[in-house]
Ligand binder design. Structure first.
Ligand SMILES: [Zn+2]
Length: 432
């Protein structure tokens, strides 16, 4: 299939310019003005930003084990609608992705979808935090990111050993930072509001202590850590300081932490329950402000589908987590204002670098993501209209689950087209 994307604004790593793009056989073959549209499907991108399709490094696809909430196939459709050409599947499935057959299964199922599905392997067997998973064997399958997400590695000695083992293999460990003993089973942020509402709190210090601990372990071991879904100003400040020191640490923020604050919990609506929890307004505002400073490497969804049977329980009984894939681009656009360079750096280039998806990997059939729009690049491209307004609708999602906190919320900016490996997967906002 030949494609010509016409009349859009191409967004590079630090510049924007007007040009058409021609795509043939999965590759960008021309970038320039008034390109020939012979034998090509034309995509009208006037008024739109055109850049590398998005990469989500934090997607819970729930397969195997909880296919009633999401499958690799349904999650891939939601991702494509959200403008993603690649996602990294989190390993907290049932059973956990801690061995070669299971990781191979997810990669094989992912290869049947229209997007690229990479896998994050578990750091420890069964995500129990006790003994290390076979990181080298999984790395041989192309796994580059490892995490016990859902929980952090609680035992500091286990985390140290994991860092020492992973460093020479060139692998990065991703941490869900919360000390479980300090979090103490809490269901929302610990503070005045949790006391008022009579809900058990999870303290910010539960997160911040583990961030501090892991920075110390990176300093000790020379390893690499990626901090998942940072939610407080203090966490972010510690990571910023560690980078200035020269440590190889990266971090992401989830959209709900810069869009929503703990005030949402006043409704007792379990859609707002998430770990780490929604924080006070001051933290939300600090993360929001940091989006455009370069302190945050990636916006990552922490897309966490749950069935209504589970999610519609009372606030303190419902599982934590919310959907993200289909709304994150609009929420990030709204938060950044007219800042296309930061937009693509946070949603595509930064996450692709962290997940080592910038180069293609023939062993697992993954193409290159998060690159520059230029001749010879794999054609993973998104056309995004930054000014289109729409309203979040849980009944219009492509995910199997409906647990979005953005139902009925006005949104600004929408994915028009998603092109994956040269194939038009979403056209004019509709799945093809
Ligand atoms: Zn997590």
């Amino acid at each position: 299939m030949n494609l010509v994307i016409r009349g859009g604004t191409i967004v590079g790593p630090d510049t924007v310019f007007r040009a058409d793009i021609r795509i043939e056989s999965g590759v960008i073959v021309a970038v320039g003005e008034a390109l020939s549209t012979a034998n090509a499907t034309i995509i009208d991108a006037s008024g739109c930003w055109v850049g590398p399709a998005f990469v989500d490094i934090h997607t819970h696809l729930r397969e195997p084990g909880r296919e009633a909430a999401e499958t690799i196939a349904s999650g891939a459709l939601a991702a494509a609608m959200g403008g993603f050409s690649a996602v990294v599947a989190m390993p907290n499935t049932e059973p956990a992705l801690d061995n070669v057959p299971l990781v191979s299964y997810v990669l094989a199922q992912g290869a049947k979808t229209a997007i690229d599905v990479a896998v994050a392997g578990a750091i420890t067997l069964g995500r129990k935090g006790e003994s290390l998973a076979p990181l080298a064997e999984l790395a041989a399958l192309g796994v580059r990111l490892f995490t016990d997400d859902g929980t952090g590695v609680q035992n500091p000695l286990v985390m140290r050993r994991a860092l020492e083992y992973a460093a020479p293999l060139g692998l990065r460990l991703a941490q869900h930072c919360e000390d479980e003993q300090l979090a103490n089973g809490g269901v929302m942020n610990e503070g005045v509001l949790s006391a008022q509402l009579g809900l058990a709190g999870r303290s910010a210090v539960a997160e911040e202590l583990m961030v501090q601990r892991d920075i110390a372990l990176v300093r000790l071991t020379g390893g690499r850590v990626h901090f998942l879904h940072l939610s407080t100003a203090t966490s972010l400040a510690m990571v910023t300081a560690a980078r200035l020191e020269g440590l190889d640490v990266t971090c992401e923020v989830a959209p709900h932490h810069f869009v929503l604050s703990e005030e949402a919990c006043r409704t007792f609506d379990p859609q707002f329950k998430v770990h780490p929890p929604l924080r006070p307004e001051a933290d939300r505002a600090a993360l929001h402000a940091a989006l455009s400073t370069g302190a945050i490497d990636a916006v990552a969804t922490d897309h966490a589908p749950h069935t209504p049977e589970l999610k519609d329980l009372a606030f303190d009984e419902a599982p934590a987590g919310m959907l993200g894939l289909e709304h994150v681009a609009a929420l990030t656009n709204e938060a950044l204002g007219a800042n296309p360079v930061a937009f693509f750096n946070l949603l595509s280039r930064g996450p692709a670098r962290i997940a080592q998806l910038r180069a293609s990997d023939a062993r697992v059939g993954l193409s290159a993501h998060g690159g520059v729009i230029m001749v010879g690049e794999d054609a993973n491209v998104v056309v995004f209209d930054p000014s289109q307004t729409w309203v979040g609708d849980r009944n219009a999602l492509h995910s199997k689950a409906t647990n979005t906190p953005y139902h009925g919320r006005p949104l600004v900016g929408r994915v028009r087209s998603t092109i994956v490996k040269g194939r038009l997967v979403v056209h004019e906002g509709v799945l093809q």
